[in-house]
Design a binder for this molecule. Structure first.
Ligand code: EZ4
Ligand code: CO
Length: 413
């Protein structure tokens, strides 16, 4: 090792511009800076502590170039494997090391991952509405912004607040950007009824197809709420509307549940935003029970680990659909975009746009043109962190909602 690439400082930065973010900043003896995203929505400080208390002391003096070795050292070395907190912490280190390596090479990160396989990454945006007119407005708004694929979520008659519908929270003024975490000291509660949902959703997709025609790729997120047989029923009911994918139809910790869903429907399935290692995918990839891998770089141990999952998936013609909500920081999004550009089995990239305050803290070089995202040509990830801007936005407790059935039973959110 040349001493210049030894890690000199490790900083864990917590800021809350539009929402909470945990960012890892590594600096080498030569002064090269690498950023990693360690944000775990609603549990941010646990990852910050994991990094500060248990990882930072192990990194100082290590050669920043040894990415694979550092990954294995942190994963195997902890003895306690997997889990969202551990894997978000490892991801932050991994992405920061890739950022450093690419900067030392003087290349945008995607060049180190094999170079560009496409012009850019097809992105989908989040349209939503309480009723059809509001939903149609939101779809038109996204089409106007250049989106070529749209996720569709709506309210369900009889329910007060449903996952994915921005307009339910008009007080924030965030008309089109659905932001589930709320800055409250205890989680907000939402209500749920699967039968009402199953009756309503196909009527919404029928209306959207009638209005916008057969070409537009449409996606939908079931957000872990159905049993396998309910998911099978929904997939079947949505077949006439030719979805790009149905996401998280079941909680999917039980990978075998997908066998039942798969037997009944040809609607493509996407799963994995809450998964954190390849082991969560072992059965569903090998048995070809899904079509898209939904993991975020940030929650799956970084570029090193997600690349391996996607290479495994590629053997079964399963494609990527990397998670990209606003709780993935611009650093985590940039990492996703470099991977999207380089891999062969790219499917689609989720793109919820960050707010103005977030963009002030994280300066970015990505572009969004004709529906395609591109990470830009700056060496490394192409993201810088502005400490002065961040200083104005201190951490605020925030939680994802909790879901209850109408009789009060806690349900998957
Ligand atoms: O609810 O990232 O597909 N996107 C999603 C997200 C998740 C949030 C949870 O933190 O399901 O909106
Ligand atoms: Co989702």
């Amino acid at each position: 090792m040349t001493t210049g690439t030894a890690i000199r400082t490790v900083e864990v930065l917590v800021s809350s511009p539009d929402r909470n973010f945990v960012t890892l900043r590594l600096t080498t003896e030569d002064g090269v800076v690498g950023l990693g995203d360690a944000t775990l929505n609603g549990r941010e400080l646990s990852v910050a502590s994991y990094l500060k208390d248990h990882v930072a002391p192990l990194l100082v003096g290590r050669d920043a170039h040894r990415i694979e070795d550092t990954w294995q050292y942190l994963y195997r070395g902890a003895y306690w494997r997997r889990g969202p907190v551990t894997m978000a912490a490892i991801a932050a280190v991994d992405v920061a090391l890739w950022d450093i390596k690419a900067k030392v090479a003087g290349l945008p990160l995607y060049q180190l991952l094999g170079g560009a396989s496409r012009l850019g990454a097809l992105a989908y945006g989040h349209a939503s509405g309480r009723d059809l007119p509001e939903l149609f407005d939101s779809i038109r708004h996204h089409l106007g912004q250049g989106f070529k694929a749209i996720r569709v979520q709506t309210s369900v008659p009889g329910l007060n607040a449903v996952y994915g519908v921005a307009a339910q929270r008009t007080s924030t003024g965030a008309r089109y950007d659905y932001e589930p975490a709320q800055r409250t000291v205890v989680p907000a509660e939402e209500d749920w009824d699967t039968r009402s949902y199953l009756r309503h959703v196909p009527t919404v997709f029928e209306a959207v197809r009638n209005e916008f025609g057969p070409e537009l790729p449409l996606l939908h997120d079931g957000h872990h709420r159905m049993t396998p047989i309910q998911a099978a029923k929904l997939g079947k009911a949505l077949e006439p509307y030719d979805l790009f994918w149905l996401e998280d139809c079941t909680p999917a910790e039980n990978q075998e549940a997908l066998r039942l869903v798969r037997q009944h429907t040809t609607t493509p399935l996407a799963i994995g935003e809450v998964f954190n290692t390849v082991w969560d995918y072992q059965t569903i990839i090998r048995e070809q029970l899904i079509d898209y891998v939904r993991s975020a770089v940030t929650h799956t141990g970084g570029i090193t680990a997600l690349r391996k999952i996607l290479d495994f998936a590629a053997q079964y013609q399963i494609k990527s659909g990397i998670h990209g909500p606003t709780d993935i920081s611009p650093v985590g999004m940039a990492a996703a975009l470099h991977l999207d550009l380089a891999i062969h089995n790219f499917g689609i990239q989720e793109y919820m746009q960050h707010g103005a305050r977030t963009n002030e803290v994280f300066q970015q070089s990505f572009t969004f043109t004709d529906g395609l995202l591109h990470p830009g040509e700056q060496p490394g990830l192409g993201v810088t962190y502005d400490d002065d801007a961040a200083a104005a936005y201190e951490y605020q407790p925030a939680y994802l909602p909790v879901n209850r059935l109408q009789d009060g039973t806690v349900h998957d959110w």
